[in-house]
Ligand binder design. Sequence first.
Ligand code: SAH
Length: 438
Amino acid sequence: MEPMFTPALHRQRHQFVIDFVKRKKPKKVLDLGCCECVLLKQLKFHREIELLVGLDIDGVQIKKKMHGLAPISTDYLQPSYDQLRIELYQGSVTEKDSRLRGFDLVTSIELIEHLTLADVELFSEVVFGYLTPEAVIVSTPNSDFNPFLPGLVGFRHIDHKFEWTRAEFKSWAMKVCLQYGYGVELTGVGQAPPGQQEHAGFCSQIGVFHRLGGKERYNMFDEDAEDVFSYTLLYSIIYPSLHDNNILRRVLMCEVVYWAEKLKRRWIAEETGERDDTDDLCQAEGEGGECFRASERHVDTEETQTGEQRALKACGAEMKTLVDQEEEDGELFWRHSKPDSDKWRRRVSVPLAVLWCCCPKVSVLSGSVSNLRLLLMDEPGVNLSQDGSAMLLNHQEQDLDDDDDEEEHRADLEDSPYAEARQCPPSAEPEEDWEANV
Ligand code: SAH
């Protein structure tokens, strides 16, 4: 049999909420009767939401899929400044809990018809009179539509206590508005067959309620404001965010070390005239890659260059200028630059100013070169020059002709506290357990 609705009706109901969220950008959203958290899982991608909460009387349903709300690997690898906390509670919408007051949006999708009419009264009092959110979306079956549902006898679900006509829903909605100071717009999803819409209405009827009188009204109910905890917290997670100083530091360090290494290698390649074999860009793109001295090689057009390539190109120019200046002053980027017999031991100095202006993420995350210096001063694995203006990186090279040397070289790199950073963007998994941290 052809499905009656495309997309399926439950998807249309959830999409209705998502469209509302996109338009109104609420920060705190509560889903009543969240069941297996299907709607919450879609809402968590709307990162203007900072607090996302689900409530259901059935803890078993919640627990079935709640771990699907956890952050995914990109949330850890590329945290943004967005903040998101998700909480799931077991409890009844007929009981008050002060933790759920003051939300921007409360949704109740196909829930009220599971309550007795006496409990619907309590629901109205709790949601509109106590929680007093700025907006409430309530959906419930429209029984005027039932004759169009093939084979339906009685209610649409065995647990439904009632199914209202449009007139009954409107009457309840108007009463709530008068009693608790809300305005309502009645609409729905699931179109009736052609020519029947007027007569039958939508398959799922929806009321979108808006609290009248703005923010002040919330305080009118403050005499009720003592803490009431009647729900049980089943799940709580805070997403990694750059607002967390530890995370910001970690991401910044990752970028700094990655770019410092990259600049060092390019500089070495430039000086020795050798190709930078560790450079994935060069490897991937052969001689066409945007390597240090771009102007002497094939130069990619702006359109074909990645952001990283463009940044490195800029860095190349920047470092050249700085080196030339320093050479004039009698100082070189490369310290201890005399090769000693078959192995060289050198230190490469990468000025923080170069790092800062070449790597956009470093500049955004640190804010200023002096902040960058302060942050790096506290990092145990980072070696700064005496005046704090540059990062000193060991350069242990070069005779990698035989396998033993290559192994040794690899071991040197792996010993480095920032060994992981070499692969950091975009694929390294942080070893830290963020979930435990937050
Ligand atoms: N909102 C979901 C599920 C609707 S089914 C969706 O859009 O798909 C109704 C849900 O309401 C069920 O998960 C049920 O356990 C829950 N429920 C029923 N009575 C409740 C009550 N008194 N308080 C909270 N949740 C309740």
